[in-house]
Ligand binder design. Structure first.
Ligand code: NAD
Length: 237
């Protein structure tokens, strides 16, 4: 199907990073489920919620600091290198697609990026090392160095508006592809999960590689229930 395709859209979820050592969202004992997520509204309202959010963020970073791209990430990078896959649309926030060699414009991040912070008022980027040093000294996250606004990881929280440009780019790629390749997503988080469904309705073939069944398996042209590494290693040889 890849050989027959003119334009292949890649689409990944948390499952592509489990082989890098970062747990996914819905599997049993997931650390992401241990605490109730902090909504965007609460983050804005409450300094205590912001302290909590940053405390959790640094604890997670300590656990997954050594994570490196998996066979799946490297497989997608080699598909992009063929010129047939213009970009990978990802729900992940870990930056591992970029670490596997993809350029920033070859990764469309629907849920943002957790490897740096941004000011919610002026958008200025801040590095996490600096935020953490300030947090460790003051017990509070610092304010934006440019305008004094609130700093948050550059991720999209529950209740936060989806980012305009990545959504627009993902729509364009989905509409133009004739093969849509999903790896490692339960396909239950919307609006992200609407992209594979839309690609299929628009006439593209749909292939899903996921350990467990997904709600879109019944419309997919091929659903492979297997480990991503074992499937994607074929693109590395
Ligand atoms: P999900 O946790 O809902 O689903 C992951 C799917 O991947 C599951 O169905 C699981 O069976 C499958 N899977 C896990 N490891 C696999 C492997 N090695 N091979 C094959 N399949 C495997 O993830 P989602 O659909 O991406 O939605 C969760 C949300 O949580 C997303 O918004 C995402 O941004 C966020 N999240 C991101 C990260 C990350 O950046 N690494 C980690 C956890 C959660």
């Amino acid at each position: 199907m890849i050989q027959d395709a003119r334009v292949v859209a890649g689409f990944t979820g948390a499952g592509i990073s489990t082989e890098s050592g970062i747990p996914d969202f819905r599997s049993p004992d997931s650390p992401w489920m241990r605490h109730k997520p902090i909504s965007f509204a609460l983050f804005l309202q409450s300094p205590e919620a912001r302290r909590d959010a940053w405390r959790r963020k640094f604890a997670m970073d300590d656990l997954y600091r050594g994570a490196r791209p998996s066979t799946g990430h490297r497989g997608f990078a080699s598909l992009v290198a063929t010129g047939r896959m213009p970009a990978v649309i990802t729900q992940n926030i870990d930056g591992l697609h970029q670490e596997s060699g993809l350029a920033p414009d070859q990764v469309i991040e629907l849920h943002g990026n957790g490897t740096y912070a941004k000011c919610l008022a002026c958008g200025t980027r801040h590095e996490l090392d600096w935020v953490r040093r300030c947090f460790d000294v003051d017990g509070d996250p610092p304010d934006c160095r440019s305008c004094g606004g609130i700093l948050k990881t550059a991720t999209i929280s529950f209740g936060q508006t989806m980012p305009e440009e990545p959504m627009r780019r993902a729509q364009k790629l989905t509409a133009s592809c004739d093969l849509f390749l999903v790896a490692g997503s339960s396909l239950v988080v919307y609006p992200a999960a609407a992209f594979p469904a839309f690609a299929k309705e628009n006439g593209a073939r749909l292939v899903i590689v996921n350990r467990e069944p997904t709600p879109l398996d019944r419309v997919a042209d091929l659903a492979i229930h297997a480990e991503i590494g074992s499937v994607f290693s074929v693109f590395l040889s």
